[in-house]
Design a protein around this ligand. Structure first.
Ligand code: SF4
Length: 469
């Protein structure tokens, strides 16, 4: 997301679990590169945590303690180009069996053909996995399929990529669903029923997140691993299966759960393709929205390769604020991000990007911010969502009050923007925006607060856990 002069000097060591922050000369990142990704080792029984840090080349010395545990290092470039399986899991297989939901329709047809069956049978299988009110989880649910074909599937294929662990319901009807992955890690999916017959499922794309946005609980976890395409698709399928009879059909998908989707772009584009296939889940591409914090090259690629909608989490009108609250801005600053959108959207027909703007009291909600926001999005076909900040344990920000949000909205509307206020949903079950995940004993660092915002932050009176410059 951002780039600049951030120096992760030290992270507090929590409890019995030693946390070691290392900078190794052997790391697969050029020292001249402004971006480095730092591994933090966990005790051996735990998966590695990755935190992206952006470090000035002239401030290289880090205090670090020796570590006897294996170090997992992944450069930003490596991780952006397909660090996808994680923990040695094959993205397309489960044990000796092939994982059906990790395949596009074309891949499934080919695989079925390789076992001697016709394309028509692949289509019947596809429909039973993704439609016909079946959402099959095993061979017994494949009614109407040829007996030998079913036998072959039972021997060679696996339908499920996730195990259901728990469903929690918030007072407003929002459900947070916890799924367990094969390696024991947990992810969260949120289902948001809405009046007017719309139900949205918010899917996760990673376990944790490397981006360390300062207002986001998930960001404090660091990145554990990317999700496979099957693990992403299965969240939407599982929700259909579990909740359609209760909440009605699922109409929208947003990639706004745990993780930065475009950091896992291969699997996200593939999962989105599977979701919009007209013989399967058949979501309209306009109703599948992938959100990014602003990974510019991946955003460009997404706009070229996917028909789905794009949301950009903006949250600031100056580089000073965005460098602090969204460190990705130090790599891809506001003007580069917005200029890229301006250029790319001229090539798209009838396409608007959705800007998300989380409102933080005293940080990004002034009249001057509203005016700047109107200016900086000029020339970009867009809508703006103003989002109420959802506090969580350890957060240093306060939400902008409703009255101020309305004033801010009015200023944007007067400036000619299409703007909406988005109410918080599910926050009593930590199911709201920016509240997903579970912190371990190790957290990503809080960054230095620019001097002029220290009063606003102090007044929220939440202790900082660790600080990096
Ligand atoms: S807001 Fe999104 S990109 Fe930023 S840390 Fe949270 S999950 Fe990651």
């Amino acid at each position: 997301m951002e780039m600049g002069c951030v120096w992760m000097r030290r992270i507090q060591i929590g409890g019995a679990n030693s946390l070691i922050l290392l900078k190794k000369p052997s790391m697969a990142v050029s020292l001249s590169s402004p971006a480095y990704q730092y591994p933090i080792s966990f005790p051996c029984s735990k998966p590695p945590l990755y935190i992206v840090s952006f470090i000035s080349p002239h401030r290289r010395s880090l205090s670090a303690k020796a570590c006897s545990l294996p170090i997992h290092s992944v450069s930003v470039e490596d991780s952006f180009s397909g660090f996808g399986g994680g923990n040695g899991i094959d993205v397309s297989r489960k044990g000796s069996k092939v994982l059906l939901k990790g395949m596009t329709y074309a891949e499934l047809e080919k695989w079925v053909g390789s076992h001697g069956y016709r394309p028509g049978q692949a289509l019947m299988l596809w429909k039973r996995m993704y439609g016909d009110n079946i959402w099959a989880h095993n061979g017994d649910e494949l009614e109407g399929l040829n007996k030998n074909f079913k036998k072959m599937l039972c021997e060679n294929a696996e339908f499920k990529a996730l195990s259901l662990k728990e469903i929690r319901m918030a007072s407003d009807g929002t459900r947070k669903i916890l799924f367990m992955l094969d390696d024991g890690l947990l992810i969260e999916t949120v289902v948001i029923p809405c009046d007017r017959g719309r139900t949205t499922v918010c899917v996760s794309s990673q376990v944790g997140c490397a981006m360390n946005c300062q207002f986001c609980y998930t960001g404090r976890m660091g990145l554990r691993r990317h999700l496979t395409a099957a693990e992403i698709v299965e969240q939407a399928v599982f929700v259909h299966r579990l909740l359609t009879s209760e909440v009605g059909s699922i109409t929208n998908v947003v990639f706004m759960g745990m993780g930065e989707p475009l950091h896992n772009i291969d699997n996200v584009i593939k999962a989105a393709d599977i979701m919009v296939h007209d013989q399967g889940l058949h979501f309209s591409p306009r109703k599948v929205t992938v959100s990014t914090s602003g990974l510019v090259p991946q955003l460009r690629r997404f706009l070229h390769e996917s028909k789905c909608a794009l949301a950009v989490s903006l949250n600031a009108t100056t580089d000073e604020v965005r460098n602090w609250i969204m460190p990705i801005n130090r790599k891809y600053n506001l003007s580069l991000l917005l200029q890229t959108l301006r250029e790319e959207l001229t090539l798209k027909h009838n396409y608007k990007v959705l800007f998300e703007y989380v409102m933080l009291a005293g940080v990004n909600d002034s009249d001057a911010d509203a005016k700047r926001l109107v200016d900086i999005v000029k020339g970009i076909p867009c809508k703006i969502n103003l989002i109420s900040f959802n506090p969580h344990s350890g957060s240093q920000f306060r939400p902008t009050n409703e009255e101020r949000m309305v004033e801010f909205r009015n200023l944007l509307a007067e400036g000619g923007c299409t703007v909406f206020l988005r109410l918080s949903r599910g926050d009593d079950q930590m199911a709201a925006c920016g509240q997903l995940g579970k912190l371990g004993s190790v957290q990503a660092p809080l960054l230095r607060v620019p001097e002029k915002f220290q009063v606003a932050i102090k007044s929220s009176a939440i202790p900082q856990i660790a600080t990096a410059n």
